[in-house]
Design a protein around this ligand. Structure first.
Ligand SMILES: CC(C)(COP(=O)(O)OP(=O)(O)OC[C@H]1O[C@@H](n2cnc3c(N)ncnc32)[C@H](O)[C@@H]1OP(=O)(O)O)[C@@H](O)C(=O)NCCC(=O)NCCS
Length: 178
């Protein structure tokens, strides 16, 4: 496989992204969604992120999108405005080839450039070694585990919270400091 291109996502990528996420919803525990969103819903979500000024990247090889990562609001209340939550999904066939790391590095540098100060990973399933390992590799600290907060495939599932300070983090206060 040739080296993937990491580039901003466009609406033309969303059919690939919808398929990648559908597989994760149907077969995985990283997401707690139970019904895969269709292309129209994924388009609505994409537009909401674009309208909010959030970054969204894809990894593409020979015109095919094989993974994606984006950041969105952590929580809607305005005091959270410098904190983002990330999301990253790859096609299963290409796990553990360094592509998740490439996507995360691009996402992190873009979030820093946009002035975000903290990134939170809310990882579905404490058995998700790939996601915990990737976030640790990117410098995220383990914050803790919410035990047994999800139920999927007949199994109680934890969420794992990890966090990374971006840019100046909490060492300075932005000029927008209401
Ligand atoms: C999580 C995910 C994005 C990781 O992407 P990836 O391309 O497989 O990861 P990479 O190959 O870039 O790995 C980078 C580093 O992360 C860590 N890592 C990745 N997978 C790992 C695993 N299964 N176990 C332990 N560490 C792992 C390692 O430190 C790795 O570096 P190394 O290979 O040099 O040891 C991918 O596995 C995935 O899409 N999983 C399903 C969806 C998911 O869980 N998304 C996260 C939602 S919070």
């Amino acid at each position: 496989m040739s080296a993937p291109e990491i580039r901003p996502a466009t609406e033309a990528d969303l059919s690939f992204i919808t398929d990648i996420y559908e597989h994760a919803v149907r077969h995985g525990t990283a997401t707690f969604e139970l019904t895969p969103p269709d292309l129209a819903e994924m388009t609505r979500r994409f537009r909401a992120l674009m309208d909010g000024g959030f970054p969204y990247f894809v990894a593409a090889v020979d015109g095919e999108v094989i993974g994606y990562a984006y950041a969105g609001p952590y929580r809607p209340r305005p005091a959270y405005r410098f904190t983002v939550e990330n999301s990253i999904y790859l096609k299963p066939a290409i796990h553990r080839r360094g592509i998740g790391l490439l996507l995360m590095q691009r996402l992190l540098s873009e979030c820093e450039a946009r002035g975000h100060r903290q990134m939170i990973a809310v990882i579905g399933d404490s058995a998700n070694a790939g996601s915990v390992g990737l976030h640790r590799r990117c410098g995220f600290e383990m914050i803790g585990t919410h035990p047994n907060v999800g139920l999927k495939f007949g199994r109680w599932l934890d969420t794992v919270m990890m966090q990374l300070a971006l840019g100046e983090g909490a060492s300075t206060v932005p000029s927008d400091n209401a």
